[in-house]
Ligand binder design. Structure first.
Ligand SMILES: NC(=O)c1ccc[n+]([C@@H]2O[C@H](COP(=O)([O-])OP(=O)(O)OC[C@H]3O[C@@H](n4cnc5c(N)ncnc54)[C@H](OP(=O)(O)O)[C@@H]3O)[C@@H](O)[C@H]2O)c1
Length: 201
């Protein structure tokens, strides 16, 4: 569990207390820290930002199967990508947030913040070539999506409705493909035409 930028009120957790303490200090005095279960209990919104293969264990430790996340907005920014092949490390036909939703009883899962390097979220206001960065979101619960949408605008970005959680697999696959291109040196910003050409000018 982690924070994106310095939260006005937030709690951080990690398996390594020294690292968690260092991050809390870097984020400022308002960032508290605790064990996973405490971080989950603390707020209405939980961001899970650990290695994808560790997510299930971390959520279990936090009490996900025992409804610790009931009614919470569980935001998933993970990229389950095999690092040297840039393919998804997931069974076909599923996605990380759908797995989280199946595990975390009663949680409202939203996929978001997975399309950029974490350094982007630390910019004062992520805008490039004069345009705010677009952050796609996928989720089933409208209130949870609205909450994450407001977090996106809070950091100066623009949310884009990606649809229900069933479409998160597309977002994850798109991101995995982009990561492969980035590591190959491709400037993917130049990959897409302006919107007016999207459906035929
Ligand atoms: N880095 C980015 O720019 C970026 C961008 C988009 C999405 N993401 C996603 O965000 C997540 C975190 O990314 P990352 O860059 O920090 O690197 P990472 O190598 O994918 O994950 C390392 C993090 O996972 C934790 N972790 C690993 N195994 C764990 C376990 N068994 N139990 C508890 N925690 C465990 C590590 O804790 P320790 O510090 O204790 O080792 C560390 O905080 C990943 O899912 C990644 O796909 C990252």
């Amino acid at each position: 569990m982690d924070a994106i930028r310095s939260p006005s009120v937030g709690e951080l957790s990690g398996r390594d207390q020294a690292k968690t303490r260092a991050l809390a200090e870097r984020l400022g005095s308002s960032a508290q820290r605790g064990i996973f279960a405490e971080a989950v209990e603390f707020g209405d919104v939980v961001l899970v930002a650990v290695l994808h293969s560790a997510v299930a264990d971390v959520l279990s430790t936090a009490g996900a199967e025992d409804e610790a996340l009931r009614r919470k907005v569980l935001t998933d920014c993970t990229n389950a990508v095999v690092s040297d092949r840039f393919v998804l490390d997931l069974p076909a036909g599923t996605s990380m947030p759908e797995q989280l939703a199946a595990q975390a009883v009663g949680a409202h899962v939203v996929k978001a913040f997975n399309t950029c390097h974490e350094s982007v979220w630390r910019l004062a206001s992520p805008a490039f070539d004069g345009r705010p960065l677009i952050v796609p979101l996928c989720g089933d619960d409208p209130d949870a999506v609205a909450t994450v949408r407001s977090l996106v605008t809070d950091i100066g970005c623009e949310p884009a409705e990606g649809g229900r959680l069933e479409r998160a697999a597309l977002l994850e696959a798109t991101t995995a493909f982009l990561i492969g291109l980035w590591f190959g040196g491709v400037d993917t910003q130049a990959m897409l035409p302006p919107h007016k050409y999207a459906t035929g000018a």
